[in-house]
Each structure stands twice: as C-alpha cells, then as structure tokens.
Design a protein around this ligand. Sequence first.
Ligand SMILES: [Zn+2]
Length: 258
Amino acid sequence: MKHQSKNSSHIPNGLYEGKIVHISELSEEHTGRRCGCYCPVCGTRMLAKSINGKYTAHFAHEHNISECSLAAETGIHLKAKEIISENLSLLLPTLVVGASVTIGELEYSDSCYVVKQKRNFLFEEARIEEWRGSYRPDLVVMKGGRELLVEIKVTHEVDDEKRAKIKKDRISSLEINLSKIDRMSTPKDIQSAVEVIDNLSWVFHSKTGEAHEELKKNMLANANFYLEEQRQERDDRNKRNREAKAAREIERKKEKAL
Ligand SMILES: [Zn+2]
C-alpha cells in the first residue's frame, strides 16, 4: 500500500482552513510550503513532501519539532469526526445485555439477550466537541431532540471517570475504535473503518437498565415455571405411587379374605 509508512515523522494529514487534508489529495503544485497546511496538533506550518516522488508522500513540520509526536493520530481523530458529521449516518452495533438470577441453590444466567439489532442510524445534526456538563464528547449526534454521544478512540479510550459521568447522565454513548488502523490512512480508509461493526461498541445505552430488568423478570418467570413443572411432576409421581401402593394393599387384603 502506497500510504503505509513506519516512519514516525511522516504525517499523513494537515490542516487547511480548518479542514483535514490528506497528503494523497494534493498534487505536485502543492509541494513544500505551497500546500498551505498546518500541523493539526501544534499549528506549525507543514511541508508537503515527496508528492509523486520516490518515497511515501507525507507532511513534515517545517522545523523539526520532536515533542509533536501525535500529529498523525490527531489527524485521524479529526478526520473521523469530519466524516461522521458530513455523512449524518452511523452504524450502530447490536445491543446485548446479560443477567443472572438465583433461586434456592440454582443459578441461571443469560449473557446474550439481544435488545436491539445492529442498524444504520441516520441523524439530523452533529456537533463536534461540545461540552456536556463536566465532560466533552468527541461528537454529539442528534435526531428528533434525542442525543447520542460518540467517542473516537485513536490513542485514548473512554476513561473510567468519563464512563461514570456518561452512565450517570444516562445518555447513550458509542465508541468507535480506530486505534488499529494504519497511521497513514486515507479518508477512504477511515470511512471504511468507521463502518466495520467490530470497531463499534456501546459505552452506555439508555435502554440497558430497563432491558436488564426485563430479562431478569423473564428469567425468574421461566425458572419458576420450570421449578413448578418439576414440583407438579414430583407430586403426580408421588400420587401415582401412593395409589399403586393402596391398590396393592387392597389386592393383598382381598387375597387374605379368600
Ligand atoms: Zn505539530
């Protein structure tokens, strides 16, 4: 693949007038300073290098900046946000809950109760990095007055503190894991990765609590039904045994009387 690069000073994306530009989108006349791009992290001017050249085309800081190590990852993060807010659609993964109930000495568990199947979600609006109380999700997407938070993992996953805040607010939140994609990924590669269901997971879903309770209720009802059936069978068996015994007793008495 032409865009793959192991060289950590190779940066695939630059910022041009607030938008992410991938090096593959530039032509030769944009070489060097003429690209007009800046680093998405430190804001330093960048040079477009090796466009149609011998080596992998890439951006590099005009002046070597050793401490700006996450420029590639930040570019992917910004581009993913841009893509999702422009597409106004997202794939939502299947929502699964689990529960266990104990009756007497028996424990029943179900870890894969499907609450909602995976589906494509079309929304009306996306807001980038808007504060929600004390935390700031990467994206908030909205439909009919309802909100879904979207977190994009490139280097950092949703930490425990943020996870706890999201749960407390009870707003559905989705994590898109892009940590495994190549650091030189093109916009097309990023778009494809956003559509891979295995890269998507629920941080929290507002229906989880309700679905969990419903599952538990059904499991308890099923377990009680099963236990009741067993008890009934046992009673029937005992009754049949008692009746057979009584019949034998009568037969014996009859034989004695003869
Ligand atoms: Zn930089």
